[in-house]
Design a protein around this ligand. Structure first.
Ligand code: IPM
Ligand code: MG
Length: 356
């Protein structure tokens, strides 16, 4: 019986997660599966309750489950805290604790949302289906030394962008494997014209490519990649990149599809539970108002069914239900277009549920 650890988090987290869990339960009824849920605290709500963003009980609850579903963390009320205990530390901490080095962020343009796409129609027409494979437990997010201090010259802040060969190799393999199941192309994004860390990244990626003669490797500097993503995203299949570049490029890839409210993600390690979350944040400005788009979280449940629970048919059913819902013209505020019908978070959940 699959056990899911649920981390509702802050802001719109609890609302969107509630809808995703309803869809999962409906899937269970339809396919004769029973899922059990254990809720645990992360982020700002954990800081308020127990004084830190990632309580040990939460880490243990995640370790004892088959998969983790997360809403979002953070909010303005915790922005002035000591950086060591900010809500974001909870998210970074759980990724690290569970060894979730591979973050899969698929950005695709739903046919039904073509009008919401920010790109020129002739560019959108060519399609957009990119899988960003972001390294998640290394790079500048975790590199040492790091710090803020005062020196003779004044205040300084610094971080270290460092990648070990084995970290590059394992994320590279995830990207090449993903490309095999897609259109057979990997674009490795770095800043090798400036950064030493990127030159090692590039060299190791080329070595990994030798193991996958059936997959084509290309290389791009991150500034150019940011530009190419809006000029002609149809050129990309799988994009593999480090933690910081992947953070930025995945938001860009998501936004050009029309709304960041549509994009799911999976974070995977070597065995152990995977973690599934929408790529958007906690949207404190609309929290608690039944306005949030739950589709990214619902689509994250589909990724969970596929990648952690070995239930591909169930995953397909969730994705089809989302597409059907969109084709019925229902839209939350972020994807609202002339001629479509505005609904709230719960109504969107109802509609998807009805389509499962
Ligand atoms: C993301 C977020 C996180 C990140 C933050 C909230 C720590 O932006 O998942 O993309 O930078 O990884
Ligand atoms: Mg981000």
């Amino acid at each position: 019986m699959p056990k899911i650890c649920v981390l509702d988090g802050d802001g719109i987290g609890p609302e969107i997660v509630a809808q995703a869990l309803r869809v999962l339960e409906r899937i269970g009824e339809r396919f004769g599966r029973t899922f059990t849920f254990e809720h645990a605290l992360i982020g700002g709500c954990a800081i308020d309750a127990v004084g830190g963003p990632l309580p040990e009980e939460t880490v243990n609850a995640c370790r004892g489950s088959h998969a983790v579903l997360l809403g979002a963390v953070g909010g303005p009320q915790w922005d002035d805290l000591d950086p060591a205990i900010r809500p974001e530390k909870g998210l970074l901490g759980i990724r690290k604790e569970l060894g979730l080095f591979a973050n899969l962020r698929p950005a695709r343009l739903f046919r039904e949302l073509q009008d919401a796409c920010y790109l020129r129609p002739d560019i959108a027409e060519k399609g957009l289906d990119v899988m960003v494979v972001r390294e998640l437990t290394g790079g500048i997010y975790f590199g040492e030394p790091r710090g803020e201090e005062t020196r003779d010259t004044g205040r300084v802040g610094y971080n270290t962008m460092i990648y070990h060969e084995h970290e590059i190799r394992r994320i590279g393999r995830v990207a090449f494997e993903a490309a095999r199941k897609r259109r057979g192309r990997v674009c490795s994004v770095d800043k090798a014209n400036v950064l030493d860390v990127s030159r090692v990244w590039r060299a190791v990626m080329r070595e990994v490519a030798q193991e996958y003669p059936d997959v084509e490797l290309s290389e791009m500097y991150v500034d150019n990649a940011a530009m190419q993503l809006v000029r002609d995203p149809s050129q990309f299949d799988v994009v593999v990149t480090g933690n910081l570049f992947g953070d930025v490029l995945s938001d860009e890839a998501a936004a050009i599809t029309g709304s960041i409210g549509m994009l799911p993600s999976a974070s995977l390690g070597d065995g152990g539970p995977g973690l599934y979350e929408p790529i958007h944040g906690s949207a404190p400005d609309i929290a608690g108002q039944n306005k949030a788009n739950p589709l990214a979280t619902i689509l994250s449940v589909a990724m969970m069914l596929r990648h952690s629970l070995g239930m591909p048919e169930e995953a397909d059913a969730v994705e089809r239900a989302v597409e059907t819902t969109l084709s019925q013209g229902l839209r939350t505020g972020d994807i609202l277009q002339p001629g479509t019908r505005a609904v709230g978070c719960a109504e969107m959940g109802d509609a998807v549920l009805a389509c499962v």
